[in-house]
Design a protein. Structure first.
Length: 61
């Protein structure tokens, strides 16, 4: 295995509530808004699923 190709898990922060996790948990949502990635935890995603499915930017919800 190439050590340069191995990435270390960086802490990810929920853009809505500030919850942190090591690396990107598979159940979190990643959204690209205005050219930058924003991550949302399970709780925030569940609370705003209709807005997310409607593809509204997080500023609307």
């Amino acid at each position: 295995m190439n050590p340069e190709a191995t990435e270390t898990a960086e802490p990810i922060t929920c853009a809505r509530c500030g919850t942190t996790a090591d690396g990107a948990p598979p159940t979190w949502i990643c959204s690209v808004e205005n050219g930058s990635r924003r991550y949302f935890c399970d709780d925030c995603a569940r609370a705003n699923i209709r807005a997310i499915e409607s593809r509204l930017d997080s500023s609307w919800w």
